[in-house]
Ligand binder design. Structure first.
Ligand code: ATP
Ligand code: MG
Length: 447
């Protein structure tokens, strides 16, 4: 059991001194019992928000869940403690927010409205309150709904995805009755907002067991509602004579995600989505039996953009996601010119190179191939090399001022065009990026 730091026990003591109860709960109590480092601090108390605001003047209270955020400075770090007042379950008619918040009197009542047994444990600093045997489920690695699962998932359909999210973060199994209930109620997820679905989905993709999470989503039908573009890929075969693929498209995407070495969530998500256009571009030649997917990356990119909109990803996330999917078919042939390699880098952006390579590594392993090849390694080296050479016009050893001075011209289009011409010659290795050489070349242009 993780030992609570002194600033946490002191914080809890300050509630008790005023006659209030306070408990560590939720993810914090769970991580404490799992011997993990506690990153988010969740507490529950019988103090009402107004009372907490008086106790802690810089606390903020701005949502309908009765949660008070209390910032606490500890050395150079500032922690925000999330403290919720004991409350009862109330109806969520919009599947988003409880209609009303009704305070509860006891911690047991508060634990009863929580989603899973492993999240319904409270710790007062000395003893654990565990009315639903959450510790036993933690030990066994089981996700089990608190109370009647059908009722709990109907109250708040986001819990359907939270259940799967906890399995993929913790490597746990979902208990049978809970899993059957998720499957039975899967369609309710359509009533949940894109933002809430996004948060849980991205947590699954970023977790330690993302592939298992996607397969859980599939087996419970949730994938059909939240990512139908991926779900349908499990029905698209791609085993064909003389091709390296050993899996259907859906399994391939899941395996690619599993083996993608990146910890960046958007890179991982792009790896999951990179071939979704194959469902629309599937073609099997009747005589040769050869399966092809012409231009599937273009269709994949269009579908990816739609998914990003639906899940309300930020513009920055969307741009990166779509770029990675659109250009994932890049070739790594040793006979490509430096110019072609540079064009590729400019297309995807220098900041996306590592992500693109990580997607490819996942793609390779997820197709049953080896993680790398001599060609792929050579290509990585060349990506490095061409970036060391002049990469953009601004890397040239002459600039606009030189051009204007030597050609005796005023600022205008001709300056840029001249620099572009010089850059093109340098790129083609017809000129060296050496200041004297470039100045001599420029002077030669003066007639
Ligand atoms: P993490 O912080 O890693 O996302 P967590 O379990 O702490 O995991 P939070 O969203 O921070 O999740 O919620 C804190 C606690 O509040 C949960 O452990 C659970 O007890 C309760 N909770 C959160 N969302 C719900 C919900 N939709 N239905 C019921 N209980 C919930
Ligand atoms: Mg939490």
């Amino acid at each position: 059991m993780t030992i609570l730091p002194a600033f946490v026990t002191q914080f809890m003591a300050s509630f008790r001194e005023k006659g209030y109860q306070i408990y560590l709960v939720g993810g914090s109590a769970r991580d404490m019992l799992l011997d993990k480092e506690i990153k988010n601090w969740d507490f529950t108390t019988n103090a009402h928000p107004e009372a907490m605001m008086e106790l802690f003047p810089d606390a903020f209270y701005n949502n309908q869940f009765g949660t008070v955020g209390i910032p606490l400075k500890q050395g150079d770090d500032t922690y925000v403690f999330e403290v919720t007042t004991f409350r009862k379950e109330s109806a969520y008619t919009d599947q988003r927010h409880p209609d009303t918040v009704e305070w509860a009197q006891t911690v047991e009542e508060d634990l009863a409205r929580r989603d899973f047994t492993i999240n319904a444990i409270a710790y007062d600093g000395e003893k654990l309150i565990d009315p639903f045997q959450g510790q036993e489920d933690l030990k066994q690695g089981i996700i089990r709904a608190v109370g009647d699962p059908d009722k709990r998932f109907t109250e708040d359909a986001l819990r359907l995805m939270r259940g799967v999210r906890f399995t993929s973060q913790l490597g746990f199994f979902i208990e049978d009755a809970t899993r059957n209930s998720i499957t039975r109620n899967a369609e309710l997820i359509t009533r949940v907002s894109g933002e809430r679905i996004r948060d849980e989905l991205l947590k699954i993709v970023a977790s330690n067991h993302p592939a298992e999470g996607i397969l859980f989503l599939r087996n419970t039908q949730l994938l059909h509602y939240i990512l139908p573009e991926v779900d349908r890929c499990f029905k698209v075969p791609q085993k064909s004579p003389k091709r390296h693929h050993i899996y259907d498209v859906g399994t391939h995407l899941t395996m690619a995600l599993k083996h993608c070495p990146s910890s960046d969530v958007i890179t991982r998500f792009a790896t999951l989505l990179h071939d979704i256009g194959k469902a629309d571009t599937f073609h099997k030649d009747p005589t040769t039996q050869l399966i092809t997917f012409y231009n599937h990356e273009v269709v994949s990119a269009i579908l990816t953009e739609k998914i990003a909109k639906r899940l309300r990803l930020s513009n920055e996330q969307t741009e990166k996601l779509v770029t990675l999917v659109k250009y994932h078919q890049f070739t790594v042939s040793e006979i490509q010119t430096d110019k072609a390699v540079r064009r590729f880098i400019r297309q995807i952006g220098q900041e996306n190179i590592q992500s693109m390579l990580d997607l490819r590594t996942g793609d390779r392993i997820g197709s049953g191939a080896t993680p790398t090849s001599w060609r792929f390694e050579l290509f990585k080296k060349r990506l490095e090399e061409v970036q060391h050479e002049p990469f953009k016009v601004t890397d040239l050893k002459v600039d606009g001022r030189d051009v204007m001075e030597i050609l005796a011209i005023k600022p205008g289009r001709q300056v840029g065009e001249t620099l572009d011409d010089i850059f093109s010659l340098v790129e083609d290795k017809k000129l060296e990026n050496d200041r004297d050489a470039l100045l001599t070349y420029l002077r030669g242009k003066v007639k």
